[in-house]
Design a protein around this ligand. Structure first.
Ligand code: MN
Length: 299
């Protein structure tokens, strides 16, 4: 027997803030508040589309972004919808992600990285539209070796969803599994990270496992979920862990990010860029970082 997940809440985006001078984001949730409700996810920054004026980086101007900073104990996932983001980190990872690409960085035991608009995008200007998601690691993997998955648009499996032989939408499997197809990213705990499009007037079914945290970030358009009140652009829908069915009806062409995952039932103790299980581990993270143990970005 299946059962619908119910709607726990629908939250509107808070005002935007700048991360460095490059990323103008709505912080949709963070581990500082109700961390257990969002587990295994720690934070979601939504960079809704915004126009960036060109910057003459070919002649010495600095690109917009965030300079060198550390992380430990979790993963940062950057999804580019428009614009280009360049990363470098002290484990040797890095690259440029553009439209449809994803960077899945495992900070693990610790690294230092920077995140800037790419030189080409800085020079040309244009629309930046991105998401940064922080994914927790279970205690046993928090000190894993740092890693980096550069996931191109072409490497992300896409399913076209038909209803009554007409196109109803599509799902790109960034991570997770649907209908026997595996998503592009390797994860430490079970989760689905799906980029979903739904055509106006269509309903699609995206069931999620019983017991999983289930969130929908509506980026554009408008939906009802399991007959709920409507959720529109820059709103986050939280569904119940119990139940499985998630039926989404779009009243206009819609793009949304589905995040679902098995909760990690462990204490979350974080401070800024470090997320561990205890205060002692956070003190250790600061000590290790200050002692230079997170390495340096190679110039
Ligand atoms: Mn970072």
């Amino acid at each position: 027997m299946t059962q619908q997940k119910s709607i726990i809440r629908i939250d509107s985006a808070p005002p935007r803030h700048w991360v460095g001078d490059g990323f103008h984001v709505h912080s949709m949730f963070s581990y500082n508040q109700d961390a257990h409700l969002y587990s295994p996810f720690l934070m979601l920054d939504y960079g809704a589309p915004y126009h960036c004026e060109p910057r003459d980086v070919n002649n010495g101007a600095t690109p917009r972004g965030v300079g060198s900073h550390p992380h430990r104990g979790f993963e940062t996932v950057t999804i580019a919808y428009s614009g280009e983001v360049a990363h470098r980190d002290s484990s040797g990872g890095g690259g440029i992600i553009g439209e449809g690409d994803v960077q899945w960085m495992t900070a693990g035991s610790g690294l230092v990285h920077d995140e800037f608009h790419s030189p080409a995008f800085s020079q040309a200007g244009g629309v930046m539209h991105m998401v940064q998601l922080w994914v927790n690691l279970p205690a046993k993997d928090k000190m894993t070796k740092p890693g980096y998955q550069a996931i191109t648009q072409a490497a992300i499996p896409q399913a076209i969803l038909d209803v009554a032989s007409t196109r109803a939408g599509s799902v790109r499997l960034i991570a997770g599994e649907r209908g026997g197809v595996r998503g592009a990213a390797t994860t430490f705990t079970p989760m689905n990270v799906w980029d979903v499009r739904i055509e106006a007037g269509k309903t699609i079914s995206l069931p999620q496992p019983e017991g999983w945290t289930t969130l929908l970030l509506v980026q554009s358009g408008s939906v009802t979920v399991n007959g709920s009140k409507a959720a529109g652009a820059a709103q986050l829908v939280m569904l119940s862990r119990n139940g499985t069915d998630v039926d989404i009806t779009a009243s206009e062409d819609t793009q949304l990010l589905l995040l679902a995952g098995e909760p990690i039932n462990e204490p979350v103790f974080g401070y800024g860029p470090f997320v561990m299980n205890t205060q002692a581990e956070i003190v250790q993270a600061f000590n290790d970082f200050n002692a230079g143990k997170f390495g340096q970005i190679a110039e």
